[in-house]
Design a protein. Structure first.
Length: 298
């Protein structure tokens, strides 16, 4: 069971305008669009109740009695509520995002009967936010290509996540499922235990419930993709690889595998991966979850 996090939501007031503006300015950047609030105008709007309606509601996120961030929920005429959330840098990595999403779902589904689904987006490289959505029971539904515009004019993609009223009624957002969460994690080959395998492979995982996808590449493998089911500590999967051949061509290889997971003393995950090509060739590799530094260098 996940450790309980002391997180409280309260309605924003005009007294919050100054720190809201500072937090927006301090956290806007690589993964977050700016709100560009005028503090005086924002304070006046909060006094007028502009940020406390069924169409738009602003929340202050507090933990241990301190402001830790804010969340905005905007609901359209079709009952679709969009969540935007910002957590101060000093409070990240503590599970606050997951708990905020759960509390937002409990409030808005209960308080507004016309809300049929709640959704949010996460930058394709914002793994902590992706994992927060996943842990709060939000299903990954879509990839919005080149939807996030950076200050330099370049674009990135975003992942879309949603929790429906049926999910909420079933309590899916409060289910701390047993087993491992691979979503957003990167693994690299630390050792080839058996057979001939590429020692430079880098795996990037996505997970929704028990369904797991991974893309990988390295050495002669120009592109590989696997899909499978994770039950407890065992991932069973099928894979397809595009392999560079000696004559400059490509060869498509199909196969299946089984990876057994366990956690290291340093908290990272590792897996022993047994794979078999459909033509019978077999191998075994030892994979280790990459650290942030390892991932940046990959």
């Amino acid at each position: 069971m996940a450790e309980s996090i002391d997180v409280h939501l309260r309605m924003l007031t005009s007294d919050d305008a100054e720190w809201l503006g500072a937090l927006d300015e301090g956290t806007t950047g690589r993964f977050a669009r700016p709100w560009n609030w005028n503090v005086e105008k924002l304070a006046a709007e909060l006094d007028e109740g502009v940020w406390a309606t069924n169409e738009q509601w602003g929340w202050a996120i507090a933990t241990a009695g301190e402001p830790a961030g804010f969340a905005i929920v905007r609901t359209n005429a079709d009952g679709v509520a969009e969540i935007e959330m910002r957590i101060a840098r000093t409070f990240r990595g503590k599970g606050i995002g997951r708990e905020v999403l759960r509390q937002l779902a409990d409030h808005h589904f209960a308080a507004n009967p016309r809300v049929v689904r709640m959704f949010g987006r996460a930058h394709e490289l914002n793994v902590p936010m992706q994992r927060a959505f996943n842990a709060a029971g939000f299903r990954m539904e879509a990839r919005y290509r080149e939807s996030f515009r950076h200050a330099d004019g370049t674009f990135s993609s975003e992942w879309g996540y949603a929790l429906t009223r049926a999910d909420w009624t079933a309590g899916r957002h409060h289910m701390d499922e047993e087993g491992y969460d691979l979503h957003g994690l990167v693994f690299t080959v630390e050792q080839v235990l058996e057979g001939s395998a590429e020692p430079t492979l880098r795996f990037a995982f996505l997970q929704e419930g028990r369904r797991v996808l991974a893309r990988y590449a390295g050495g002669r493998i120009a592109e590989g993709e696997l899909a499978g089911i994770l039950a407890n500590d065992v991932l069973r999967y099928r894979y397809v690889e595009d392999i560079d051949t000696a004559d400059g061509g490509h060869q498509v290889t199909l196969g299946h595998g089984l990876a057994r997971l366990q956690r290291r003393r340093d908290g990272r995950l590792e897996m022993v991966n047994d794979w078999t090509e459909d033509d019978g060739r077999h191998g075994q590799t030892f994979l280790v979850e990459a650290t942030a530094a390892d991932d940046e260098g990959a």
